[in-house]
Write a protein that binds this ligand. Structure first.
Ligand code: NAD
Length: 492
């Protein structure tokens, strides 16, 4: 049987932004570490006409900052081959097949093939179909795996149509839907923290947790992505995929074993018990925003490529409720947006306050007890903190909140593999843990579609927040209504 170190990667969209900025550097890290080496080859394809040499130049340029040994860099690039290919032209696939067969023999790849589609989403279905009908998939003991970039549809119906198209050529366990948040160190750490620590898992439910908050904040605006973004908006671009994946990791039950099929089964169960809102509840529990100008920075509607009357949201906040035994009554609050105060991702798990504050007698002078809060810092800082109540060092008996913090140092953060390195390695190993399965994607769309339906019929009051803030006032009111507040506030 061929091993995970033997593989041909066929990359569609090989001259694109993602390939050059993320995929080649990720592959180079795997090469340096010996996870791929002599039994590895890559066929890059796109419409442009390039020779193998020119393609290798492009690959070498994209890894130049990571090369410490010139020979290693050029050895790596020598495994790259290029074929100009218009994916809509059926005749071109036989050229790909012949090249794949040739390289399979040359590098002894055992028939292992990864088809990575890094192109506009309207091509995903066509390429998957034609790979099968034109016999580019290998036959025999090797594997055939398909890697699909985001976005996976723009609502449940289009996602289902895409999935049906992929399923005609590939089994579910051969399809790897990329959600790069699942490749992040601290997102993967959620399971370690939850299931590796009695002090958390025993309390990880509605009896002890008051609410959970997830924030994915961006400081930048739409930059050059206006065309794509204005068609998508924050709900589709961030909530349906990244946030719903984080929510499912936080909400799921303990899997039977730490392996992809068991983990995915629990994530799907969690998403299925998420309450899908009716019109009134969707309007009450979700807030949208669009950034205004603050004088120095343009408002969204004046960005290049954005229509002057655009109603696309650049901010979303929402309250999610689960109808299951573990979470009933404990809301998950989410928020994400562009042009916010800073760029960061964090999860705040807010525990319930002690039922009785025995220190709160008037002559004492103690501040009221704080809720314990576990914060998972995902990026840019990686680490955790937990707020506990402790005695201060005054002469009387007074309590104060103390922050126990573990933040990874810059060296460790730098050594942490980047998401695409991990995810490509997982594909080669055939480990689907950190990819979105179809039932997860489907349930996430069903939830998000309800919000979208309401927003599509109601006129928003845009713009409604200024750059450098944490979104519209309504996002704070969403929690204030429940007598709560965001743990992360401005000027902290
Ligand atoms: P891009 O526009 O930079 O590159 C597209 C590639 O497809 C180019 O190589 C182009 O030559 C090729 N192509 C276009 N039409 C073709 C055709 N008919 N036949 C053959 N090749 C054709 O796009 P990108 O930014 O690299 O994005 C690729 C995918 O990755 C998209 O699905 C995108 O949503 C996703 N993605 C990108 C990023 C990013 O940072 N760029 C991040 C997340 C997800």
């Amino acid at each position: 049987m061929p091993t995970e170190r033997q593989s041909l990667i066929m990359l569609f969209g090989a001259t694109g932004d993602l390939a050059t900025r993320k995929l080649y550097p990720a592959l180079f890290q795997l090469y340096k570490k010996g996870n791929i080496r002599s039994h590895f080859a890559l066929i890059g394809t796109s419409r442009q006409k390039l020779t193998d040499e020119k393609f290798r130049d492009l690959v070498s340029k994209s890894i130049e900052n990571d090369v410490t040994d010139k020979k290693q860099g050029s050895d790596f690039a020598s495994h790259f081959y290029y074929i100009a290919h218009d994916v809509t032209n059926l005749a071109h696939y036989s050229v790909l097949k012949d090249k794949a067969d040739e390289l399979d023999k040359k590098y002894k790849l055992g028939g292992n093939r990864v088809f990575y589609i890094s192109m506009a989403p309207n091509f995903f279905g066509t390429v998957a179909k034609d790979l099968k009908t034109q016999h580019v998939l290998s036959e025999g003991p090797g594997f055939n795996r398909l890697v699909i970039e985001k976005p996976f549809g723009r609502d449940y119906e289009s996602a289902k149509a895409l999935n049906d198209a992929l399923s005609a050529s590939f089994e579910e366990n051969q399809i790897f839907r990329i959600d790069h948040y699942l490749g992040k160190e601290m997102i993967q750490n959620i399971e370690a923290v939850r299931f590796g620590n009695t002090i958390f898992e025993a309390l990880w439910n509605n009896r002890y947790i008051d609410n959970i908050q997830i924030t994915l904040a961006e400081k930048l605006g739409v930059e050059e992505r206006a065309g794509y973004y204005d068609n998508s908006g924050a709900l589709r671009d961030m909530v349906q995929n990244h946030i719903m994946q984080i929510v499912s990791l936080l909400a799921m039950e303990q899997p039977v074993a730490f392996k992809d099929t068991d983990i995915r089964a629990e994530k799907v169960k969690a998403l299925r018990s998420l309450r899908v809102y009716n019109v009134a509840d969707a309007a009450t529990n979700f807030v949208r925003g669009q950034y205004a100008s603050n004088g120095a920075e343009k408002e969204y509607r004046r960005e290049d490529g954005v229509p002057a009357d655009s109603n696309t949201e650049t901010f979303v906040a929402g309250k999610l409720l689960f109808d299951n035994y573990r979470w009933s009554g404990t809301p998950f609050y989410i928020r994400t947006g562009k042009k916010l105060a800073d760029k960061f991702t964090r999860v705040d798990v807010v525990f319930k306050k002690p039922l009785v504050d025995i220190f709160a007698f008037p002559q004492n002078g103690s501040t009221p007890l704080n809720a314990n809060v576990l914060t998972i810092y995902v990026e840019p800082t990686q680490g955790f903190s937990i707020v506990v109540n402790a005695k201060n060092n005054a002469s009387g008996f007074q309590t104060e909140p103390v922050n126990l913090t573990y933040l990874e140092d810059a060296k460790r953060t730098k050594e942490t593999p980047q998401p695409y390195e991990r995810l490509i390695h997982d594909v080669l190993k055939g480990d689907g843990t950190n990819f979105a399965s179809w039932p997860e994607v489907a349930n996430a769309w069903k939830f998000v579609d309800q919000i979208r339906r309401v927003w599509d019929i109601q006129q928003p009051m845009f713009p409604n927040y200024i750059p450098g803030s944490m979104g519209p006032v309504a996002a704070d009111e969403l929690l204030a209504r429940d007598h709560r507040e965001w743990v992360y506030k401005l000027n902290q």
